[in-house]
Structure formats: C-alpha cells, structure tokens
Design a protein around this ligand. Structure first.
Ligand code: MG
Length: 203
C-alpha cells in the first residue's frame, strides 16, 4: 500500500505557511513504513528538532482505479478516519530553501499515524465533517471538510490521472490552519464529529 498526501488544501493553512493557494491539488507520498495504527506510539526521531502535527481526514481506498472520473470517485473510498501528517518542519525548511524535494521531512518512519477506520455511511456528507486534535487534553487544531479547496472526489480524480489507486491505499486530505510542534511525553487524541477515533503518544 501507499500513502498519498495532499498539501495546502485549506486556504487558512496555506496562508500560515506563507504559501500560495494552489490552482491544482499538490500531492506527495509516504511509504508503508510511515504508518502507525492501533494507538501505537510515535518515537521522536533524533534527526529532527521540530516535528509538527498536521491533523487530517484520511480516506481508505476500497478498489483499484486509474483515471477516475469525479462523478464515480465516491465509490473508490468507503472508510475514513483522522490521522496526523507528522512533518519535520526544520528539515522541510532546509529542503525548501535549497529547492529540493521534502521527502525526508515527510516520509520518515512513523510519520503517518492513523485512527480507527469508520464506514462512510455514518456521515451524511463527507464535505461537511468536523475534526479536531487534542494534545494532553487541550484542543490544538480543528477543521471542517467544507473548507477544503479540493474536495475528496476532486483529489481522487486528479491523483488517479498520475498514480493508480489500489485497494488499501490511504489519502491524507490536507490540514487546516493551526499546525504546531509536538514534544516527547505528549498524548495526541483525534476526533471526528466529536467521536474519538485516534490516539498516539510521543515517546
Ligand atoms: Mg499535511
């Protein structure tokens, strides 16, 4: 499986990163080794000094597809959860300054913890779902999928022009504003519509 992540999909976040709002989706990938599940801990890597959380709605692809038309895109995912696109912001800044790809800042081991998957049928409209992250019991980031620049279906249409989607792939759909650092000892809890689906401790 592979993990496809969308960058700058909420204009408030693009603004806080001093980045332009993109005209087309921006995507990058993380390998399978980035995944953490079932509440397993995240081990703060020695190579970074500033790891940020980015709280995102994650889709699970349920059938293989390429060149998927937008009107059929919603049949290609059937479960969602909340996950963290951990980012080594210090390394990313170095990469950006040199005009290099950010892979090392985004794709490292453990950089994609996800919560418990929930069937889509639970939600009336995927483009109207609230989600949030609490750290040590305090809400640090919240968003709503209605504020996405590119909808889930638009993302699937666009990405599948370039990359074949396969059953079991995950799509991180972008983070709203409010990203920030984590430190060793933090307990992260993620919620969709107020329901806790995600837990991960930083060790
Ligand atoms: Mg992200």
């Amino acid at each position: 499986m592979k993990i496809i992540c969308i960058g700058r999909n909420y204009s408030e976040h693009a603004r806080e990163m001093k980045a332009e709002t993109p005209a087309e989706p921006v995507f990058f990938m993380k390998p399978e080794t980035a995944q953490i599940k079932n509440g397993a801990p995240f081990f703060y890597p020695a190579f970074a000094k500033e790891i940020h959380y980015e709280t995102e709605i994650v889709l699970r692809i349920c059938k293989n597809g390429k060149n998927i038309e937008r009107r059929f895109a919603n049949t290609y995912y059937n479960e969602i959860t909340v996950g963290i696109d951990f980012t080594a912001r210090d390394l990313q800044a170095q990469c950006k300054a040199k005009g290099l790809p950010w892979e090392m800042a985004k794709a490292f081991d453990g950089s994609a913890p996800i919560g418990e998957m929930v069937g889509m049928e639970k939600y009336k409209n995927i483009q109207e779902i609230s989600f949030r992250l609490d750290i040590n019991g305090k809400t640090v980031q919240q968003g709503n999928t209605k504020d996405m620049i590119f909808t889930c279906d638009a993302i699937i249409e666009y990405v599948s022009k370039f990359v074949t989607l396969k059953m079991g792939d995950l799509i991180f759909t972008g983070t709203p504003a409010g990203v920030g650092p984590v430190k060793i000892g933090d307990k992260l809890e993620g919620f969709i519509e107020g329901e806790k689906l995600f837990e991960c401790s930083v060790k």
